[in-house]
Design a protein around this ligand. Structure first.
Ligand code: URA
Ligand code: CA
Length: 433
């Protein structure tokens, strides 16, 4: 087999076989196939697309390129949740204890944030003492005992995806549905979940700017997951503005605490209940998502969700007293307000842009090894659809530096204020099975 023939075949719009895809992925991971041939192939896929069976084969070839996590020692059906990328997306912090509190095991491997998107592991580390590294046996025991544990990614998961993603990033081939779908799903499948709930974002702050594109991505991912024997569903949710109010590590932990007490932002609460209901349903713990939702609402109202959050923090060495006293979370040296320059109605808050503003304060990484500041970030005081008067606060900035004019400018760039009423967008557009 020769790579040049596969590039030509894909270029001309033909379907690659399982053997051809395996040859390509294995050769590329070993270093036998050079970057320039793989980029030509990625560009051919960008223009010619892939069939759903090609997408499944590509995903499985990437899964098999590295380690695969075995969760068979953990009792019950392990359901994982994945979001296609968000700013201020605090859902994992909330869903882990919430879903565990109704008895469904949450065995979560999470990453650190890179660039302007936050990582669950960084957020958890803003709780004093919280330990995110542990061996597999300890992890399994913790999940069996408490129904929840979260660890940082370790081992050699999907090296083929790591290489290919790096290549796509610099060859203008990220925005291809089969390539995004196989990249995400290979990581989910390799990390051992029995079932997967996907949160596919659509809007100005997402990969997929329109709902049609998001649906197509969701369909491709659910086909891959179900094809690989993992029960998979996708919720299409809105990313025309960040989720919740807080963006920044410690600030999002505070927001997660509020939400688990039933006192969080409405959109964040609603998305968590929607995703959580599907998780409970796929785990076989409820006969319908409606029944699952009632279980979750009860867990929040009764305080069981917040109790589980404390158990989870304590089991991983963290100071659980932050739950009752969030002032123990890292705090920035000063705060100030970014005020509206005109009257009107908020029509958009570009999530990427405001994420970059938080990152510029030190909440995100500029390189893989840079240190982040867990205390800094932004709290949105106005969201899309709200009226604002000139001089009212749009955003509260939590900062540890004096020079913040570029951050303020970025915040203004991300906010649009319209003189007219804006059409309200739904939070959830669709559910794809
Ligand atoms: N996230 C991923 O992991 N891969 C992609 O291709 C896009 C988003
Ligand atoms: Ca948030």
């Amino acid at each position: 087999m020769r790579m040049i023939d596969l590039i030509e075949k894909k270029r001309d719009g033909q379907e690659l076989t399982k053997d051809e895809i395996n040859f390509m992925v294995q050769g590329y991971t070993r270093g036998d196939i050079p970057d320039y041939q793989m980029s030509a192939l990625a560009m051919a896929v960008f223009f010619q697309d892939m069939s759903s069976s090609e997408s499944v084969h590509l995903t499985m070839a990437m899964v098999e390129s590295g380690d695969q996590i075995d969760f068979s020692e953990i009792e019950g059906i392990k359901v994982d949740k994945h979001s296609t990328g968000g700013v201020g997306d605090t859902t994992t912090l909330i869903l882990a204890p919430l879903v565990a509190s109704v008895g469904v095991p949450v065995a979560k491997m999470s990453g650190r944030g890179l660039g302007h998107t936050g990582g669950t592991i960084d957020k958890l580390e803003s709780i004093a003492g919280f330990e995110v590294e542990m061996d597999g046996t300890t992890f399994n025991q913790l999940v069996n005992k408490n129904k929840v544990a979260v660890v940082g990614q370790s081992g050699n998961l999907t090296p083929a995806d790591k290489q290919l993603y790096g290549l796509r990033d610099v060859t203008a081939t990220v925005d291809s549905i089969p390539l995004i779908a196989s990249s995400i799903m290979s990581k989910k499948i390799a990390s051992g979940a029995d079932a997967i709930v996907l949160d596919v974002k659509t809007g100005s702050g997402a990969f997929m700017k329109d709902v049609e594109g998001a649906k197509k991505l969701a369909e491709t991912m659910t086909q891959i997951g179900n094809g690989a024997g993992r029960n998979t569903i996708a919720v299409i949710s809105d990313m025309n503005q960040p989720l919740g109010f807080a963006i920044g590590n410690g600030l999002e932990v505070k927001e997660a605490i509020d939400t688990l007490k039933g006192e969080g932002p409405e959109d964040l609460y609603e998305l968590c209940l929607t995703l959580g209901s599907h998780m409970i349903y796929l785990a076989g713990q409820a006969d319908s998502t409606k029944e699952a939702r009632t279980q979750l609402e009860d867990a929040i109202k009764s305080g069981r969700a917040v109790e589980k959050w404390k158990t989870f923090i304590e089991a991983q060495g963290g100071d659980k007293s932050v739950v009752d006293d969030p002032s123990k979370l890292p705090a920035a040296s000063h705060t100030f307000e970014v005020k509206a320059k005109e009257d009107g109605i908020i029509s958009e808050i570009i999530a990427d842009e405001i994420g970059i503003a938080a990152s510029m304060l030190g909440a995100g990484r500029t390189t893989k090894d840079s240190r982040i500041d867990l205390a800094v970030g932004l709290v949105l005081n106005k969201k899309v659809g709200e009226k604002v008067k000139k001089g009212e606060s749009l955003v509260t900035v939590h900062s540890n530096t004096k020079e913040t004019s570029d951050v303020v400018e970025k915040i203004y760039e991300s906010y649009s204020i319209s003189p007219h009423d804006v059409e309200s967008k739904p939070l959830i557009y669709d559910v794809i099975k």
